[in-house]
Design a protein around this ligand. Structure first.
Ligand code: AMP
Length: 281
């Protein structure tokens, strides 16, 4: 992979990287299509990164579908699939970690200690190996996207981080490899995350500007769904990820919840647009 990356650099080709953990769905494939529009060659990495899972998390049972993933990527015309083993990525004497301070301690970082440290460490390794000019990430993982952008800027990486919109099922559920865990009634209950964000959007559209009241509208939807247990729901500044008191700057409305045994996240981006607010789900 490093040799391919070096050749692409020498030939001044615009290499694009889409980092994934595999079990690819339309969300991942939308990133791949965007990469194919802007870059050649395109590399998709597929690595279930043990370092970003907590000891009680789902590393072992995380869905793996290498052959189906390979077929889907081939069909789209992806140039390279990079699927290293855990032993190659983390030999026994591996000792380094990357920590982006201050952005990763709250929200996902608080609920999943060590998660972002695992993410930034593997993404920096992938960037070093693949040397992408552009790297594509989903806004579905908004805090991760913000942290990786910070890392790329702080460490003067030559890779530009490209954010991509959230891909949803017809009923609003954000696509996720973990949706495969949802059993029976949980699948329908899981739409409560989207429906709660949509309720917040409606509140904003009719003029609500108070984050506390917007979050109350969101919580009413989650609370009415017995199979869903809220982990957090917050409105945060899109840059600092600290709690936002107003909607005068771009903010994220972030939600994390458990549906049965499955932990899901979702978000909406709220941006001032003249006098109005644009809400992107
Ligand atoms: P993962 O395999 O879960 O690590 O995700 C790989 C990349 O795909 C990340 O940048 C995610 O943000 C992105 N992604 C996952 N689900 C979606 C989705 N529903 N819409 C857009 N991007 C997504």
């Amino acid at each position: 992979m490093q040799q391919i990356a070096r050749d692409a650099l020498v030939k001044e080709r615009v290499l694009g990287l889409v980092p994934t953990m595999g079990a690819l769905h339309e969300g991942h494939l939308s990133l791949v299509r965007e990469a194919l529009r802007r870059c050649s060659p395109v590399v998709v990495s597929l690595f279930v990164n043990p370092k970003q899972f907590g000891p009680a998390e789902d590393f072992k049972k995380y869905p793996r579908a290498l052959e189906a993933d390979r077929a889907a990527l081939e069909k789209l015309g992806v140039d390279y699939l990079f699927a290293p083993s855990a032993e190659e990525m983390y030999p026994k004497d591996f000792r380094t970690a990357v920590i982006v301070e201050g952005l990763g301690e709250r929200l996902e970082g608080r609920s999943r200690p060590g998660h972002f440290r695992g993410v930034t460490t593997v993404v920096l390794k992938l960037f070093e190996i693949v040397q992408p000019r552009f790297a594509f990430f989903g806004r579905k993982d908004a805090q991760q996207l913000r942290i990786i952008r910070q890392m790329a800027s702080d460490l003067n990486l030559d890779s530009e981080v490209v954010p991509c919109p959230i891909v949803r099922e017809a009923d609003g559920l954000a696509l996720s490899s973990r949706n495969a865990y949802l059993k029976g009634g949980e699948r329908r209950a899981a739409t409560a995350l989207y429906r709660s964000l949509d309720a917040a959007r409606v509140a904003i559209e009719v003029g609500e500007r108070d984050p506390v009241r917007i979050l109350a509208a969101l919580r009413r939807v989650v609370d009415s769904e017995p199979l869903v247990a809220l982990d957090y729901a917050e409105i945060v500044d899109a840059e600092t990820f600290e709690r936002a008191m107003t909607l005068r700057r771009p903010v994220y409305l972030l939600i994390a919840a458990r549906v049965g045994g499955t932990r899901l996240i979702d978000n909406a981006l709220i941006e001032p647009e003249g006098e109005a607010l644009r809400v992107s789900l």
